[in-house]
Every structure is written in C-alpha cells, then in structure tokens.
Ligand binder design. Structure first.
Ligand code: ZN
Length: 1005
C-alpha cells in the first residue's frame, strides 16, 4: 500500500479549519448594540441594567484598562429560522488563542438573572433549541476590559498592572454581536473529527488502529460536500461511527476528569476582579451542569464561594442548587489555595479551619482531599496539619514544573517531619487546565509513573483565570473517550471518587519523605518584601490578640472579639494566596495588600491594647507591667503572662585600635571593623569564635538578578556567578542606643543603614537593617560565614523544622539553592551551633567552603533581603524597607526556637500594677504553645495548641491558670477526638517528635 498518511492528515486539518468549523453557524443576523461605560469601579447589577446606553457598532473600540462596560444587545429571531437551534454569538474582541487573562463578560436577562459568562472560547448564549421564529431577544453584558498583562512576548515590564498607572486607551474592539443558527450536527462532526484526529496523531504509526482511524476519517471527508457541509454532515458522521465505537483496551489508563477552573484569587488582576471572575465562571458551570447530566465540576477556595455568596446572591442561588445535585462539588477545604512554604504554623492550620468550616456550615460537606494544583512547593510540616484538620489526601501538579529533576511518582505517600503520611496524587496530565485534547490524554497515560500497579489518574479539566471553566466541547470530547480504542478512558468524577479508586488499587504506594520542593519560583520567598512583612507581623499580632483577649476574657470577663478575629484571620489567610504572599501579583494587588496589612495591624493593636489594659490593674499606680506573648520566659516574665521585668547589666562599647568598635555584654564579644564589618563574634561562655577565619559577617552582597523567565517568581542559579561585596562604609559610629554601632553604606542608587547591638543579658547580636532600595534587577543578600562544619542545616517550618544539605552531591540537593525558613535557620556541630533569626524574611541559602590551607570547613548562611524584578510590577520593592535579624552563637535548636519567637513578639510595656499569671503553663521548653484562644463555638472553653519543637520526645505537664472541669484532645477545627485525663488543673503530656496537639479546656464555673 502506498503511504498517503501525511496527505490525509493535512486534508483533515484544512477541511476542518476552512469548511466544517465555519459551517457550525451557517446563517446569522446582526444584533443592535448599545453600551454604557461605568465611570469608575464596577457598579451593582441593577445600576448597570438601568443605565442609559449609547449606540456602539461592531468594529468600534471599547474598554479602558480595568473598566466596566454594560452592553445591551437586542434583535428579533428571523421567522424563517423557525424550528432551528439559535444562539447569540457575542465576541467582545477576544483573542481565542489565550483562554482567560483578557476581557470577559457576564450575560444577564433584563430581569437581572445571570445567564452565563462570555469568555474567549465560550462566546455563545442559547436563544432557543428550537426557536419558533419572531422571538424578541434582549440581553445585557457586564463586560470587564481587563488588560492583557502576560502577552505573546511575556514578562515585559508594563504599567497596565495598576489602575493608577494604566492610562485610558481602549483595550478591545467589538468583534461580533449576532444571532446565528447553530447546526448541532456539524458541531458534533467537528468534535468527532477532533477526537479522532488528535487520537490518531498520538498512536504509533506502525499500529493498525492509527490506520483504521485514518481510513475512516478519509471516508468521512469524502462524504462531506464542501459546498453543502450542513446537508452532508450527518452522512459524514455515519462513516465515523464504527471507529468511535470500538472499546478501549483492558489495560487502558483510566482518567477521572474533574471539571475545574483554576481561578487565582488575585494575580494579574486585583482582588475585586476575582469576585467577578468567579461569578462568571460559576454561572457558566451551573449552566453546563444543567445541559450535561454526566458532567462534574469541582471548585476549591472557600473564599471564592464566600465572595459569590456575599456579592452575587443571584449566582449563589444557582450554585447552591447545583451543589445539592452532587455534581457541583466543593473541594480542597482551605480558605484559599495558599502558598505552603511561608505561612506560619497557626496560619497554615487556620487555612483548613476556615476553609473546612465554610463548607461544613453551608453544605454539611467535609472534604478529605487538599486541592493545591498550582502552589509553589509544599513544606514538610504540611502532612501533619492536613491530618489534624481531618483530611487525608493531597493533589497538586505543580512539581511537574521543576526545572531539574523529574519526580519519581504520580501516586505516593508523602511523609512529613513528624512521620504523618498523606496519600498524594500528581495528575500526570501535568496541567490544571486540561482541555481534553488527545495530546493531553495520551501524555497523561504515557507519563504516569505508577503504571503496572496503578491505573487511575485525575485530570482537572477546564479553563481558569477568566477562561470560563469547562466548555461543552470538552464534555463532548470526554464522552467520545469514555471507552475508545487507543485512548485512555475518561469519566467525569468527583475528586473523592477518584481518590477512593486510586487508594483501593494501590494499597502500598511508594513513600516520599520531606518537603516537596519546587525547583522553580524560588524568588517568591523574597519578592515584594512588604507583603511578606505584612504577613509575618499579622501572624504575630493574631497570636497576641487571641492570647491576651482570651486571658482578659477568662480573668475579667472582658468581651472576646470572636467576630473581629474571624474576619481578620480570613483577611490574612486570603493574602497568603499563592500569588499574593509570594509577591507575584501586579502592583495594584501589592499596593492594596500593604494598606490592608496596615489596617489589620491597627485593629489587632487595638484588640491587644484593650485586653492588656483590662488585665493590667491600676494604670496610675506608677508601676509598669511587661507582657510577654512568646512561649518562653523572658526577663523573668513568664510565657503568656505579665509582670515587672528584670533589668540586665549594661553593655560595654569600646573603640578598637585598628578602627571600628568592640561590643561586649558578658556573653558575647563582637568586633566590628572600620568598614562596619563583623570580624568576630566570640562566645565567651563556650570560648569559641562564630565567624569563619578571615571572613566578615553581616556582609551585604549584591548580585545581578535577571532570570530567563518569570521575573518576580524566579531567581536562576547563574545569579551567583557575579557578586559585589558592599564593604565601603560612609559612616561607622556608636549608635543612638547604648551598646550599639551604626553603619551607613551607599551603593548604586541605594543606601543602607544598619544598627548592630548586643542586648543586655542575651547571647545574640541584633542587627537592624534599613534599606532605601532603588536598584533594578538586583538581589541583596546578608551573609554570615560561620566557623561551623555542618553537613545539614535546619530551617523552621510549620510546627517544627526541616533539614537540608549544605552540599550539592546530587541534582536534588543542588537544585535547592534558595529555600524557605520561618523564624530561624540553625546549623551546628555536636555541642555547638549558630542560629540566625529574623522578623520577616523567608528566602535564604547555605553553602560550604573548605579552606585550602587546613581543610577546615566553614558554612555560609545568607538571608535574602530584597530583589528588584520588573514584571509583573515594574516598581517591585522600590523604597524603604526595615528588617531585623539576630545572630545567636552557641545556639541549640531550642535556643533558635526561643529567639525566633522573641524577635517576632516584642515585649509590650503597659502601665499597671496587677501581675498577670499565664492562662496556660507548660513546664518543658521543648513543648511550644502556638495558640491560646477561646473556642470558636463561643462556649467559653479555652483552646490551647502546642507542639514538640526540638525534634525529640517530650514529657511535660500543662497547668491551666483557671479552674477546669474537663479536657479533650481535638482536631484543628476544635472538634473533640478524645477525652484527656486531668488532675486538678494539670494535664500530663507525652509527645513524639514534632507532634502537634490541640486541647479544649472546659472552664469550671
Ligand atoms: Zn494559580
């Protein structure tokens, strides 16, 4: 047989593109169009519907960046179309090659009921199937002219990312506003040919199936009269029925398709636009569910559900109705799809508390699965939190984005720092926007690494981010692949149905221990420093507010601000979304975030202040109380209590003969040279030097930082090839406060002022850094070369810490050249270590150096301070920033934990004479309290959460500072799991390494 394969394949493409697809809508008439441009921010639906529009014509430009335009389209269905299916085709000027990320619309009937969304690949509105002819059609479109930020030439700096800088130039041109006859038979033929054509191209050329499909396609094309596609489509379809009905092989891969729209809660648009994106997409999906009885749609992020409920009650009514059918499914159980590297212990827990509680309260639904398809890596503390929230399973596909290493499993058990294992699935389709293309389905089957034992994978299917979700075309393609020879099988299922099958077929899956590190987007630990500081400070203030408000409530009857704390938590949790906290959003988002964090700090400050004053007794007694919110005693003030603080001995500051200054406080002696560099940090107790021989600590280093892609997200390893040490100082002089040295340096267009001080009675060197930052595409690091021989180092994570190698033996270790810490990084030799603690930075790197002279190994720890990427925010991080770090020589891991809390929770001095005993005391430093609060059910019970923080076993006694009548261990949602024995007001504890415990203490009246 002669080989005509390429000829037939090319014929299919041309005939589909140029003849068959255009015949889906064989006849059309134009609609009348008028428009009203809302003058500012979006207006309520009623206002948009009642505005008086002006005429506009197809071909006209419309839409200033971030504007809202209300279009009214009207017309009459031609009488000649009686009996035919008719749709309105409303093309706002979409670029079909980019589903999402551009203009969008939501279509309403004149009475304000939503119909469905308009998206680049979803431009139709059903008028009648069939029509009678003569119907009057009138529709309203709330159209958002969101500008395109990520273009065909991506990552170019743009001022479009903030309404304040975006200008007013129209962004779109109205493309089509028609009534049209919809020929469903031709549409079905298109789907038939797409499914077969795409499958054919994935099949082996030497296999019979490929050729059988090709011959059937050829016969079908022969049956199409190119001058009368509509009259011959049915005959063409008949010729394809045979190849479409041969069943899948018994060993075929099984795909659970889950309708989905990954909607970033803010990213290349502001938060307010996400509210509308969600309304449009959910309108589309409820409409599709009504049309397609097999279809299943899953939506995560309780916050997005809450937005629909609050802002779009008419859409919410449709959503709740669809949920009741069991096919519009809440998934995920978190407040948002947050970052999981940076959120602190309690915040990570509260993502689940507030997410799960929303779905429980609204629908009585509790999910087992955690849905984080796009989050930039997963901290090793997460498995225990998932389990403590009552969930069991995790889904993400993001690790497929890693640049260096291929992850060895798609289905496996993920083991966290405490030993908790979570059943985890990485969809081998490698996308959260599957569109049911044959290439995607074939890739999933080929790519699946657990073949031979497991057979099921999940495919999140639909366009996100303004693409409108799943389309009717995707549903039609999935139906053809339900049981089709040569293809994986495709079935619409809920995430829970998928996980049940995946677990059942794979009883002993492989295990991955430790973090799921994404070998990409490492700079998200540093970009947009103010957003990160806002997060850290909010987390600390929430701890204080809950602690002091609970203490005041129990001791004085001071009202506990349940509603305010609930609202503030949700705000902070929203901002941990995986494009806000990571710093990868447009300028508008980060500008708003800064304001929001300031308001959060204000409100929490007020709550803390009121509670402390309620507790502090007589303010005119002339006494001062110091409140200590940290989990360890400080200056004689107990953890979680208030008393007069002990004063410590003074610090000595002396000029050095060779220039610079020496600081000493009886525990440390610090040598600062004439350039303001720290030449020595000597631990007087241990008799040991912390700084590597011949090196300088507190060294600011600057690198060029222009990654190949994803500017705000990525730092590429080659940044290290070029480094400038900032050693020249404008000024080195005693600081304003006693026992401190002030160092000022200018570089580029920037200036840095540092104050180095030894606090009295504490074995740490405090470093306050203020940077007036005006660089472009640079990376600023603060380096500490340490005389420590260490193969690994610890970084604080949620409810514990995780270790990483200091060397680069394997590609996996080499790829972790920038990593996440919370409050501390710690490294040690047996018996002696060093910690670096911080109040707001997350990125860091650790490298080792071997001296040529004597093979002595030293370790350099660098905190990442600032970057200056220009996309998506062209002015990222320009301006003044303030950071606090402290170097703690001689630190054990316990010292690192304690100093990490201290630097984040400054003491508060309040006038008053009534010492405050802690509500809860734990008599073992290794057991660290992360939350003391009143129960969310407003019962008045006290909730205390704590964990073993050193990585060992701990016995301890918890003593309540109030009479208790009962103790229960609970999950994170404060639901009792088991009663716990108590003797009087004391509870005996025994914890395994990093174990997390929540107790509910009932108060004896
Ligand atoms: Zn995302």
């Amino acid at each position: 047989m002669h080989d005509d394969r390429e000829l037939v394949e090319a014929r299919l493409k041309r005939v589909l593109d140029e003849r068959i697809r255009p015949a889906v809508y064989p006849e059309s008439v134009p609609l009348e169009v008028a428009v009203w441009h809302a003058p500012g921010e979006p207006v309520p639906v009623a206002e948009g519907l009642s505005a008086v529009p002006e005429p506009i014509a197809v071909g006209d430009q419309w839409g200033a960046p971030w504007g809202t335009s209300w279009f009214t389209v009207s017309g009459t269905v031609p009488a000649a179309w009686a009996g035919r299916n008719v749709e309105a085709i409303l093309d706002l000027g979409f670029d079909e090659n980019m589903p999402g990320f551009q203009c969008e619309g939501l279509v309403y009937r004149p009475d304000g009921t939503p119909v469905k969304g308009l998206n680049p690949r979803n431009q139709w509105i059903r008028v009648g199937a069939p029509v009678e002819g003569g119907e009057e059609v009138r529709l309203h479109i709330e159209a958002a002219s969101n500008p395109v930020i990520l273009d065909y030439h991506p990552f170019l700096p743009t001022t479009l990312g903030d309404k304040e800088t975006a200008g007013t130039a129209p962004q779109y041109r109205l493309a089509r506003m028609d009534l049209a006859v919809f020929d469903e038979t031709v549409w079905q033929l298109v789907i038939d040919l797409e499914v077969l054509g795409e499958l054919m191209r994935e099949l082996p050329v030497d296999g019979a199936r490929r050729w059988e499909i090709m011959r059937a396609v050829e016969r079908a094309l022969d049956a199409v009269d190119l001058q009368d596609v509509n009259g011959t489509a049915a005959a063409a379809r008949e010729r394809l029925a045979g190849v479409l009905s041969t069943p899948a092989q018994p060993s075929a891969h099984r795909i659970s398709a889950v309708g989905h729209a990954h909607i970033d809660s803010a990213w290349l648009w502001p938060l307010r636009e996400t509210v509308r994106k969600v309304a449009r997409t959910t309108s589309n999906m409820t409409a599709l569910l009504e049309d397609e009885p097999a279809f299943v749609f899953a939506m995560s992020q309780a916050q997005q559900w809450a937005w629909v409920k609050e802002h779009r009650p008419e859409v919410w009514a449709r959503v709740t109705k669809a949920v009741a059918t069991g096919r519009f499914v809440p998934t995920g159980g978190m407040w948002v799809e947050s970052d999981t590297n940076m959120p602190g212990s309690e915040a990570m827990a509260r993502q689940f508390v507030h997410g799960k509680r929303f779905f429980l309260d609204e629908f009585g639904i509790e999910n087992d699965e955690v849905w984080l398809p796009d989050t930039f890596g997963f901290a090793a503390g997460l498995p225990q939190i998932i389990k403590a929230a009552g969930s069991k399973r995790l889904l993400t596909q993001k690790i497929s984005w890693s640049q260096t290493n291929r992850f060895p499993h798609h289905t496996f058990l993920w083991e966290g720092i405490d030993g908790t294992r979570i059943f985890t699935h990485f969809p081998p389709v490698d996308t959260y926007n599957c569109s049911m293309k044959g290439s995607e389905i074939a890739h999933a089957a080929r790519n699946f690494k657990d073949k031979g034992i497991a057979r099921h994978s999940l495919a999140p299917t639909g366009w996100g981010d303004g693409g409108g979700g799943t389309t009717r075309e995707m549903v039609a393609k999935a139906a053809r692949m339900r049981d089709l020879e040569g293809s994986a099988t495709v079935t619409w299922e809920t995430p829970a149905e998928f996980f049940a099958k995946a677990e059942a077929e794979y009883p002993n899956p492989p295990v991955w221990v430790g973090e799921l590190y994404l070998e990409l987007h490492r700079a998200t630990l540093t970009s947009q420093a103010k957003t990160k500081q806002g997060n850290r400070r909010s987390e600390s203030l929430l701890r204080e507010a809950e602690l002091w408000a609970a203490t005041a409530a129990v001791r004085t009857g001071h009202p506990y601000p349940h509603e305010r704390l609930d609202r503030i938590w949700k705000t902070v949790l929203l901002h941990q979304f995986h494009d806000i906290l990571p710093g990868s959003s447009i300028a508008w988002v980060h500008r708003e975030a800064e304001k929001t964090y300031a308001a959060v700090a204000d409100e929490l400050g007020g709550i803390i202040d009121a509670a402390q004053h309620a507790l502090a007794g007589d303010p005119s007694a002339g006494a001062t109380l110091v409140f200590n919110a940290a989990p360890h005693t400080r200056h004689g003030v107990p953890a979680g209590g208030a008393s007069a603080a002990h004063t410590e001995d003074a610090v000595v500051l002396r000029p050095r003969d060779e220039g610079g200054y020496e600081l000493e406080n009886g525990l440390l002696r610090v040598e600062i040279d004439g350039h303001g560099l720290v030449r020595s940090v000597y631990d007087l107790t241990a008799g040991r030097e912390a700084v590597a021989p011949g090196q300088a600590a507190n060294l600011l280093q600057i690198h060029p930082d222009f990654p190949n892609m994803w500017d705000a997200w990525d730092v590429d390893e080659f940044y290290r090839n070029t480094v400038t040490d900032l050693v020249a100082a404008d000024e080195v002089a005693p600081g304003e406060e006693p026992g401190s040295v002030r160092v000022v340096r200018s570089f580029g267009r920037s200036k840095v002022t540092q104050v180095l001080s030894l606090p009295p009675g504490a074995g740490r060197l405090d470093i306050r850094t203020e940077v007036d930052w005006h660089e472009t595409e640079k990376f600023l690091k603060l380096a500490f070369p340490l005389d420590v021989h260490a193969e690994r180092y610890a970084s604080e994570s949620q409810y514990g810490h995780a270790y990483r190698a200091t060397h680069t033996n394997t590609s996996w270790e080499a790829a972790k050249f920038e990593a996440c810490n919370h409050r501390f990084v710690h490294l040690e030799e047996p018996g002696w270590g060093v910690a670096l603690v911080n109040d707001s930075t997350y990125g860091h790197d650790v490298t080792r150096t071997v001296r040529a002279t004597d093979a002595g190994t030293t370790t350099t720890l660098r905190a990442s301070l600032l970057r200056a990427p220009r996309f998506p925010d062209p002015e990222t991080d320009q301006g003044v920033h303030r950071f606090r770090h402290a170097l703690v020589p001689g630190a054990t891991i316990g010292d690192a934990v304690r100093e990490g809390y201290f630097i984040n929770l400054p003491e508060r001095a309040v006038p008053g004479d009534a010492e405050v005993a802690p509500l809860v005391t734990i008599d073992n430093e290794a057991v660290v309290v992360t939350a003391v609060k009143l129960a969310d059910d407003e019962s008045g019970d006290v909730i205390v959460r704590f964990h073993e923080a050193h990585g060992g076993r701990a016995r301890a006694t918890l003593t309540a500072g109030f009479p208790i009548s009962g103790v229960a261990a609970t999950d994170l949602l404060e639901r009792p799991i088991a009663e716990r024995r108590h003797e009087g007001d004391a509870v005996s504890l025994s914890l395994r390494p990093f174990e997390l415990v929540t107790l509910r203490l009932s108060r004896r009246p």
